[in-house]
Design a protein around this ligand. Structure first.
Ligand SMILES: O=C(O)CCC(=O)C(=O)O
Length: 366
């Protein structure tokens, strides 16, 4: 395990900070006061974040979200946790014993903060990475409940053959508290996105096979790390990057929101169910004056309220663009969705999927 990311002194003239390119540390790009005031990312921020992301498969934009928005959502979501634990439809990530539940943010316009749903600094980096008008196809969160003791298996968030040459899906994670080893910060394997393909996964699953984990940990120079991430950061992670949830040994649940972005041409069937009252808000994000700050949401509009504590879990991030898919190497592995004969998976079928894995005796990482 490596030390927390070290923030190196800002470069002259801007507030970009990053790590030594050979260090096994996550790169941190700190949004400057000038950028915060203007509300726009500088070219230096976008350049540093893009370079670090393509290299490492992950980058942190620190200071990108007002702490007042973070604290407000943390207060609301902490209060929802007992009901979620009691709800039989709740999705337990990696099996119930891991103590990591899916927990989406509130879906009412007053709590859909633009700093989180369409962060302008993240949007500028995302559109540089995957093209203009990234689409958000997944809005959810991972809550590592307190006093847990079992970790997740190492995985990539993909259960289908995927492109090895370029990023096509990026999750923006927002921890709602400072996150560290003590409260279950996520383990990440820097640069694994460039060495990864679906045949390295346990057949049809998201989990990486043991022999690949051992080999990469021993030989790559980039064994797994668990960085410290400050609240108010956006963590941009390539969906191909190997990672794993860890136990939260503290008293307080650690909440991390997750917004998955794909390119505008990607054509998934996924939509986000939102109340019609949020229509003008989401339109304002799609129509921002600066094209590289636009974020769009494919939406199913609901008349009335959307209960964020009862959202269907949908985890298939595969492209529906057949011409694109024809360019993706097939390999030997069969996708979980082909195996299950389903386009999307509900919480209960994901649960079944974990039970099946346990029955198969797939080696856990704990
Ligand atoms: O909660 C975390 O730290 C990571 C969770 C995760 O990777 C997952 O559930 O797929």
């Amino acid at each position: 395990m490596s030390a927390p990311a070290e923030v190196i002194a800002p470069l002259p003239g801007d507030a970009v900070t990053t790590t030594d390119p050979n260090d096994n540390n996550i790169a941190v790009v700190r949004i400057s006061d000038e950028e915060l005031q203007s509300g726009h990312a500088s070219t230096a921020t976008v350049g540093a974040a893009l370079g670090a992301f393509h290299r490492d498969g992950i980058v942190v934009l620190e200071n990108a979200v007002p702490l007042s928005d973070i604290h407000s959502l943390n207060t609301t979501l902490q209060a929802d946790i007992p009901a979620l634990i009691a709800n039989p439809n709740t999705n337990w990530n990696g099996g119930r014993e891991v103590g990591n539940i899916s927990q989406p943010p509130p879906m009412t316009p007053d709590l859909m903060y633009p700093s989180i749903w369409a962060n302008p600094f993240a949007a500028s980096v995302l559109s540089a990475l995957i093209g203009p008008h990234p689409q958000v196809i997944y809005v959810n969160g991972n809550t590592a409940l307190g006093h847990s003791s079992k970790r997740q298996d190492v995985h990539a968030d993909l259960v289908f053959p995927f492109a090895t040459t370029h990023p096509f899906g990026i999750v923006a994670n927002y921890y709602l508290t400072d996150a560290s080893v003590d409260n279950g910060v996520t383990e990440v394997w820097l640069r694994s996105q460039r060495a990864s393909n679906f045949d390295m996964h346990q057949p049809s699953h998201a989990y990486i096979r043991e022999e690949h984990l051992q080999s990469r940990a021993a030989n790559s120079g980039f064994p797994p790390i668990r960085p410290t991430v400050r609240a108010g950061s956006v963590v941009l992670r390539d969906l191909r990057l190997w990672h794993a949830g860890h136990p939260n040994t503290s008293d307080t649940p650690r909440i991390m929101l997750a917004f998955v972005h794909v390119p505008w041409w990607y054509e998934t069937k996924l939509t986000i169910a939102l109340p019609r009252s949020a229509e003008s808000l989401t339109q304002s994000w799609a129509n921002r004056e600066r094209p590289h700050e636009r974020i769009s949401y494919p939406v199913t509009w609901i008349d009335g309220d959307v209960d964020h504590t009862n959202v269907k879990f949908q985890g298939n991030f595969q492209s529906g663009n057949k011409a694109y898919l024809a360019t993706v190497p097939k390999g030997e592995n069969v996708s979980f969705f082909e195996k299950a004969g389903a386009d999307n998976v509900s919480g209960s079928s994901i649960q079944k999927f974990h039970e099946e894995k346990d029955k198969e005796g797939v080696a856990g990482q704990s």
